[in-house]
Design a protein around this ligand. Structure first.
Ligand code: COA
Length: 416
């Protein structure tokens, strides 16, 4: 017993020391990984709980010359990410949106506060010698200058790229303009001009109607988003190069980027008709350019907006219905057409293409017997992708969007 005990003890010691050497080896390995990470320029992984290690852009200072919507969207996003945004406004005038579309007398408009609520603000006359001096000091202390003046305005203020770069070689100068270099580079541009010039309007609306602009601010807010991505990339690159650069987003380019599937279709058109457009099924020949496609889906799964119960009095009692191929059988069962599952005219996606109008009319007979929310529940239970047409009132009052913080209520401040 005693011997065996000893042996056990020895074995234990041995295995302990084995374990210890294994630990050392592990530690060594960890150290070398950590060393490698440091050599990579990355700090050691933070042990602080997520959300308590500071915001992503903390320490970044933005000199914000932006106004109206496109530029302010960008700097608002940067501020949400932790950047310190100093918004410079013209003395006595301010950002024009402060007074536009006012709903409370004497208070800054919602248009202004929804885009600028998280920034600091200062008025400086950029054309006055004292103002220029203050601006030069700010340029030295900031990381990014953001502006969306009309073309040439910043230069006329004396704030050329050369001047800024000489004053602070690390500064990133980010601009929104209506158009990039070319025949329209000197033009002033607003949202709907960009939607028209970027290809969104010519491809939106019904074939037999005029071009349409969309309520989504893809020209202004969309370009602001693009610019924010360009700025963050330039800041990241500056870590390696130590120097700033110019970032330019043209609103025409921003809209075109968001309408890129239509540019895809323009190229496809050279090789034959666009078979997923309902005009194909209706036997209407295609012209030289991508036509307006009504509510046709922009992807490979056909879809359309269908009436739901109450459509006669409620302008938003509609649902977007997608006849996704993998759930075709479930759709047929729901709408009372189980025979379509095997009928060669309906069983496969190519067979359905020339019959889309008839198929959606038939589905609509079913959706009209249900509210859009009932259709949503029934279809999602069997994985059929559908989207209720939600009014702004419904969205503003939707509890789940409040819960996630997508829609928040904030104090608008005191009327002046
Ligand atoms: N101190 C002194 N002058 C100032 C100033 C300040 N702090 N801030 C602005 N100004 C002056 C400018 O110098 C300019 O004067 P100038 O033309 O004599 O040089 C003047 O204010 C107006 O600026 P501008 O940008 O031309 O504004 P606008 O109201 O005439 O045009 C836009 C508005 C939006 C059409 C135009 O700025 C534009 O095309 N911007 C680029 C595209 C864009 O962002 N459009 C979307 C907006 S949501």
């Amino acid at each position: 017993m005693a011997t065996s005990k000893k042996v056990t003890a020895k074995t234990k010691v041995k295995s302990k020391s084995k374990a210890a050497s294994k630990k050392v080896a592990k530690l060594k390995a960890k150290k070398s990984v950590a060393k490698k990470a440091v050599a990579n320029g990355l700090p050691k992984a933070s042990t602080k709980p997520y959300g308590q290690a500071g915001k992503a852009l903390e320490g970044v200072r933005i000199l914000d010359f932006s106004h109206v919507q496109a530029g302010p969207t960008c700097t608002q996003l940067l501020a949400y990410m932790g950047a310190d945004v100093i918004k410079v406004e013209r003395p006595g005038v301010g950002d024009i949106t402060r007074g536009q579309l006012r709903d409370v007398k004497g208070a800054d408009s919602l248009y202004f506060t929804m885009l600028n609520g998280n920034k600091r603000s200062i008025t400086i006359d950029s054309k006055h010698p004292k103002g220029k001096e203050i601006l030069d000091r700010l340029i030295k202390h900031c990381d990014v200058l953001v502006e969306n003046f009309a073309p040439g305005t910043l230069d006329r203020m004396g704030l050329t790229w050369e001047h800024i770069h000489k004053t602070n070689p690390r500064m990133i100068v980010a601009s929104v303009k209506g158009f990039g270099p070319g025949p329209y580079e000197d033009c002033k541009v607003y949202e709907n001009v960009a939607q028209c010039a970027g290809g969104a309007a010519s491809t939106t609306g019904f074939r037999d109607g005029p071009p349409l602009v969309t309520g989504a601010q893809i020209g202004d807010s969309g370009t602001g988003l693009h610019l924010a991505f360009g700025i963050v990339s330039a800041l990241y690159q500056r870590i390696r190069t130590g120097r700033g650069q110019r970032v330019l987003c043209a609103m025409q380019d921003g809209v075109l980027n968001l309408a890129r599937v239509k540019l895809r279709d323009q190229q496809r058109l050279a090789h034959g008709p666009l078979t997923e457009y309902s005009q194909y099924g209706e036997g209407i020949p295609f012209g030289q350019a991508v036509p307006r496609a009504g509510n046709d889906s922009g992807g490979g799964q056909p879809g359309w907006i269908l009436k739901c119960k109450g459509w006669e009095s409620d302008p938003d009692a509609y649902i977007y219905f997608i006849t996704q191929a993998p759930v075709w059988g479930a759709i047929c069962d729901l709408i009372g057409k189980p025979e379509w599952k095997t009928d060669p005219d309906y069983a496969t996606p190519p067979a359905r293409l020339p019959r889309l109008r008839h198929i959606f009319d038939t589905i609509e007979q079913w959706t009209m017997t249900k509210t859009k929310f009932e259709v949503m529940d029934i279809c999602n239970a069997v994985d059929i992708p559908v989207g209720p047409i939600l009014s702004m009132k419904e969205i503003a009052e939707e509890p789940s969007l409040r819960k996630t913080g997508t829609v928040v209520e904030v104090d608008r401040g005191n009327p002046r």
